[in-house]
Ligand binder design. Structure first.
Ligand SMILES: C[S@@+](CC[C@H](N)C(=O)[O-])C[C@H]1O[C@@H](n2cnc3c(N)ncnc32)[C@H](O)[C@@H]1O
Length: 241
């Protein structure tokens, strides 16, 4: 059997293995209690992601070659540097636009001092603010291949608004990544001190949004092969105008 075909088959088997999926979720649930996703850096900047999702990001960027990656939620800048590094390695002039309601001065300074900073722009303000969204739309209009990553506030209302504002900017063939959909699958009492939880999170927002928008197709194979991901249902390919 050809390598690609064999690989597709074993990925599908993995995705259909309910016991492995259950154990993967159990593992993810337990390590997240120890703040696992906060433990990694990307080229010197803390990134709040699972290594599996970082590898998936690399595959997606390589395959789809966006020339602009927009991300809501900067934190310490690791993910902006990740996108910039992938664009840098591919050559070309690809750029990254990050939006955060609170860009701490030391984080901004470290991102601006990074050797990949020439590819990165940042906007400070709420991602659901009309002024910010307008600026993002204006910038995006200058690019041909736009990818969008949502990783800011994880409540249903916020992510739904972000989807309404930013999903339309994704161009055909590129991806919309909605992180932390995993919240829907974690125990009820998992986030006692957060405004989000089961029934109120990026997953529920995405399901509501997808009822009204047919431009996106779930990349099922991605989550089947990752098994461990914070974005189940959140890897979406734009298939229509
Ligand atoms: C999970 S962190 C982002 C992690 C980052 N993408 C990474 O992988 O390293 C979430 C960020 O969203 C920001 N945030 C919260 N509410 C926001 C809002 N209304 N608009 C934009 N950003 C917001 C927070 O300030 C925080 O930095």
């Amino acid at each position: 059997m050809h390598f690609d075909e064999e690989r597709r088959k074993s990925i599908a088997e993995l995705g259909a293995d309910d016991d492995l999926r259950r154990r993967a979720l159990e593992w993810l649930t337990d390590v997240s209690r120890k703040k696992y996703s906060y433990h990694f850096d990307w080229l010197g900047r803390p990134i709040i992601q699972f290594p599996q999702d970082i590898v998936a990001s690399q595959e997606i960027v390589w395959k789809t070659r966006p020339d602009l990656i927009i991300e809501t939620g900067i934190a310490r800048g690791g993910s902006l540097v990740l996108w910039a590094s992938l664009l840098e390695m591919m050559g070309g002039e690809g750029r990254v636009l990050g939006i955060d309601i609170d860009i701490r001065e030391h984080n901004r300074a470290a991102i601006e001092a990074h050797h990949l900073s020439r590819r990165i722009s940042m906007l400070e303000g709420s991602s659901v603010d009309d002024g910010i969204a307008g600026k993002v739309r204006e910038i995006a209009s200058e690019y041909k291949r736009v990818m969008v990553v949502l990783d800011s506030m994880h409540t249903h209302e916020h992510v739904l608004k972000e989807l309404q504002l930013y999903a339309p900017l994704v161009t055909v063939g590129c991806y919309l990544l909605v992180f932390d959909t995993i919240i829907e699958f974690l125990p009820d009492d998992y986030f006692p001190d957060r405004p989000w939880g089961r029934g109120n999170n990026p997953y529920t927002a995405l399901q509501e949004y997808l009822k009204t928008c047919r431009r996106f197709e779930l990349d099922r194979e991605m989550e089947d092969k990752l098994l461990i991901t914070v974005a189940p249902g959140g890897y979406l390919k734009c298939i229509g105008e």
